[in-house]
Write a protein that binds this ligand. Structure first.
Ligand code: ADP
Ligand code: MG
Length: 721
């Protein structure tokens, strides 16, 4: 008999075992049994093609009438279209990038096809249907009868492993399976009326009815939520148990001097979050805190105050930024905010003063050498940098605090690489301007404490956003350029954002692909510059900015813009996060439908940062009522970043939401959806924390399962490193 840990090779043939390993990395019976069906073909519920309605989930018995594949125009990929008929009518089946199915779906072949009815170009179709073909020579009635009273599971499949073959393997595995011990504590199982693990696996692959399949799926989904929360809460407990150097606020230090020189009052939110952070820093255990805040809510100052607290205690702080533009801006901002307090070691510097230095990938060898020396000697209290900070050659005298700005671009691994540069575990503050719903925070950052800044500083001006549909209202675009000229004539500045650096190039080929557009028609920074300065924006001082420029040029351009020597900055998304020029009041975003919802929200956060209201114009050729247009209307309709990030997340795939760190084999989320399963995640977190409040040793099976996941996650981390 087999257990979940038994090797597949003992249950299946050598050849099949190898295919499953090569295709999916499956090694054990458990791996295979966690290959879940997408849906079931239900015998007795066959539909006539002529009676199908849009949106119906259907199964039909039909014969292949024709099959043809074609390349997509203007982008990679192909479409296979198969027409089937059941005598009553014809129906089109479409497959994207699965031309290999043409071999399967030969004319005259009969089978059961299942999917959701859609309509395209007025024709009904099933996109990516599941199917089960009837073997040649088999009697159709007998074959269909063979499914009688049964639910036929349909698995995610591929050319080498069709669904029926997977079903066969799973049947063999279940047949060989001993009673599976259940790691889920009985009190939890009973609380929700879940089947045992053994029952759930059997019912999901071979249900007696759809209700029990659903219950099984629910139980297995809960398992994912529960184990993940258990893992994150355990990690959090472990982190809290580590020793760190406590860095309490001192009576008279840099922080006190800084506060008394600050030209404005901190908002109530900034004060509250600062207090939380100061409390964390004063503990002899490392802080692990996520600070999420609305765009422009003033996170930098909160972080700077934490850095000063650590410096007052003899430590150093590292500030990690996602781009060189942002790193350079942080250097300028922090030097300005600190004033004489940043002139450590210089004539006229305050006695307590520290030094701020910058380490980036593209700086000159000489300035890098100097910066490295200052970090290593401890002369620099604050070291700002891009991922170059993670490099081998970067050393600190006493790294006490790591601040990661705009977390969504830095993974856990990178955080860990930086932590490795400290003698004792440093305190960690992670900042993100992309607010995330509570359950996502729980799932992605479940090992961190979370602080939130919702409030904007007093006097901050509202941002108005309008959609400019160029195809429907061509005149509106002219009006957009006019608005820029008006703002500039009042002494303000503007941004024009384009999705491309140059025609035909892409900073994000994926977007191209997803939107199915050829990039040649899209606005680009290099084309817009001459176009606008020779036309609609004639006479204004216009300058380009993009990621491919040399660091010195980018830096010089940003400086000139910030010194008001440039009126209009034409740029790619390099200005997406963090750029802070209060005098800029208008932003025109070209081909705005190319950007994600949260990205647009970030981008427009660059205007309205001073005392004048901000205006953001979203230029698009997307037509009314298309999903692309609706996303833009949503952005125009609200400035609530939390609401927008929800909309954004709903449109993204789970893997993108969770990032690479959650894709380990055992900890891999197959069923759980962070937004759909919100209440389940909340409950799972409560259940997990109750278990951890007690003694997990009372649940040896659960402890073993958790240890296994931790080991897998660690192995995966080593693989990546
Ligand atoms: P974000 O949270 O988006 O990173 P920043 O930290 O860049 O925001 O702050 C945005 C702007 O608001 C900066 O110019 C900063 O100096 C200013 N600011 C921050 N806190 C306050 C405050 N309490 N009162 C007035 N202005 C503030
Ligand atoms: Mg910021």
């Amino acid at each position: 008999m087999a257990t979940l840990d038994s090797k597949l090779v003992g249950v299946l043939g050598d050849r099949t075992t190898k295919v499953l390993r090569d295709l999916y990395g499956y090694l054990t019976v458990g791996d295979l049994l966690h290959h879940y069906p997408r849906r079931y073909l239900v015998r007795g519920e066959l539909s006539d093609i002529s009676e199908l309605n849009e949106g119906d989930e259907v199964t039909i018995l039909a014969e292949v009438f024709s099959a043809s594949s074609r390349r997509l125009q203007g982008r990679k990929g192909n479409i296979l279209e198969v027409i089937v008929t059941d005598g009553s009518a014809k129906l089109s089946l479409t497959f994207f990038n699965q031309a290999w199915r043409e071999k399967d779906l030969k004319i005259g072949k009969q089978g059961l096809f299942a999917g959701k009815v859609g309509v395209f170009n007025g024709k009904r179709q099933l996109a990516h249907p599941d199917y089960e073909l009837i073997a040649d020579g088999n009697d159709v009635d007998a074959a269909v009868e063979g499914f009688a009273g049964k639910y036929l599971p349909m698995y995610p499949a591929s050319s080498k492993m069709p669904s029926w073959k997977i079903a066969q393997c799973i049947e063999l595995a279940i047949g060989a399976l001993d009673e599976v011990p259940d790691f889920l504590p009985e009190l939890i199982r009973e609380k929700y009326g879940y089947p045992t693990l053994h029952q759930a696996l059997v019912q999901l692959h071979n249900p007696v009815d759809l209700d029990s399949a659903e219950k099984a799926r629910e139980r297995l989904t809960y398992d994912e939520a529960f184990l993940l929360q258990l893992l994150l809460l355990t990690r959090r407990k472990e982190l809290k148990g580590l020793d760190a150097v406590a860095r309490a606020v001192t009576a008279d230090g840099l922080l006190k001097e800084f506060d008394s020189a600050l030209p404005f009052e901190l908002t109530a939110g900034q004060r509250a979050v600062s207090a939380e952070i100061e409390n964390d820093l004063a503990q002899p255990h490392p802080m692990n805190r996520l600070l999420q805040g609305e765009v422009g809510s003033g996170k930098t100052i909160v972080a700077l105050r934490a850095m000063l607290t650590v410096i007052d205690n003899g430590g150093q702080a590292a500030l990690l930024a996602p781009t060189e533009v942002l790193a350079a801006q942080h250097l300028r901002t922090i030097q300005t905010l600190l004033g004489p307090l940043a002139h450590g070691g210089m004539l006229g510097g305050s006695e307590k003063a520290t030094h701020v230095t910058l380490i980036t990938g593209s700086q000159s060898a000489a300035s890098r050498k100097e910066a490295l020396a200052q970090a290593a000697s401890g002369a620099a209290g604050i070291v700002i940098g891009t991922h170059a900070l993670l490099g081998q050659s970067v050393e600190f005298k006493d790294l006490g605090l790591i601040v990661v700005d705009e977390q969504h671009r830095f993974g856990v691994e990178q955080r860990d690489a930086l932590k490795g540069k400290a003698v004792t575990p440093p305190h960690l503050l992670v900042m993100t301007a992309t607010p995330i719903p509570r359950t996502v925070a729980m799932t992605v950052f479940g090992d961190l404490d979370v602080s939130t800044l919702r409030e904007l500083p007093l006097g901050r001006q509202p941002i108005t956003t309008h959609v400019i549909p160029v195809l429907e209202k061509p005149g509106f675009l002219e009006r957009a350029w006019e608005r820029i000229r008006e703002e500039v004539s009042q002494g303000h500045q503007a941004y024009v954002v384009a999705p491309r650096i140059a025609a035909g190039t892409s900073e994000d080929a994926d977007i191209d692909f997803l939107m199915g557009e050829s990039s040649s028609t899209l606005a680009s920074v290099e084309d817009l510059g001459p176009l606008l300065s020779g036309g609609a924006l004639q006479g204004l001082r216009v300058a380009p900015l993009h990621g491919k420029q040399a660091a010195e040029l980018k830096d010089a351009t940003m400086k000139a813009f910030s010194n008001k020597e440039i009126d209009v900055l034409i740029s790619t998304t390099v200005i997406e996060v963090g750029v802070d020029i209060p005098n800029a009041t208008v932003m025109v975003i070209m081909d705005a439908d190319r950007f994600g919802v949260s990205q647009l929200h970030q981008l427009r956060g660059r205007v309205g940062r001073g005392t004048s209201p901000g205006l953001c114009l979203l230029v698009t050729s997307a037509l009314a009522q298309t999903p692309a247009r609706e996303r833009l209307e949503a952005v125009a309709g609200t400035t609530d970043g939390f609401e927008l990030s929800r909309i954004d997340l709903e449109q993204r795939r789970e893997g993108d939401v969770l990032g690479a760190s959650q894709s380990g084999s055992r900890s891999h989320l197959r069923l759980l959806r962070v937004l759909r399963d919100e209440s389940m995640i909340e409950q799972a977190r409560e259940d997990a924390s109750r278990i951890l409040d007690g003694d997990i040793k009372e649940y040896p099976l659960l402890g073993a399962e958790l240890a296994q996941i931790q080991a897998d996650a660690a192995a995966e981390f080593i693989d990546k490193a």
